[in-house]
Design a protein around this ligand. Sequence first.
Ligand SMILES: [Zn+2]
Ligand SMILES: [Zn+2]
Length: 195
Amino acid sequence: MKSFDELLQQSTAVHGHICAGQVIGVRMCILALSLIDIDDPKGVDRKKLYTIVEIDRCATDAIQSVTGCSLGKRTMKFLDHGVMAATFVHLETGKSVRITALEEAREHALKYCSGIENKYARQLEAYKVMAEDELFRVEHVHVEIPQQDLPGRPMRRVKCDKCSEWVQDSRDIQVGGQTLCHGCAMGRYYSVIND
Ligand SMILES: [Zn+2]
Ligand SMILES: [Zn+2]
């Protein structure tokens, strides 16, 4: 595993700026991967790791940078829950941890870097040195990942009976004997202006 500084540098480059979220994301990964015995997530262990992120904010980019997991590789699942937490799953052993960034850490930052005037700069620096148990809550968990959510070729690919778009990975929905795409079954998030 690379050093914290090296990982932070990489994630900052990917994310586009340094921020508290990068520090939290990188530290979260270092802790999580050590707890589930993954040492080289982008190398020899690259097919063993699956992550589930619960928020689409800065730290998520750091998690992607450190773990190499991504939506496109289907090794990262995004649950839009708005919680600063992520779960790390070892696909071979099943060993999994869910780590939550603690809200109280914002207060603890004062204790570590009281000399820094700006609140955000203080948090950023404090999160680098803060004790793990002040920064995170760790839960050892069991996660059942559905077969159709795992990497690899799609197990199912069907055509929508209504709009003829193709739907992969069992995301089709059966309604009254019809096989429909999400948009046709549940309504669309867009409206077409010109066709
Ligand atoms: Zn950021
Ligand atoms: Zn459709």
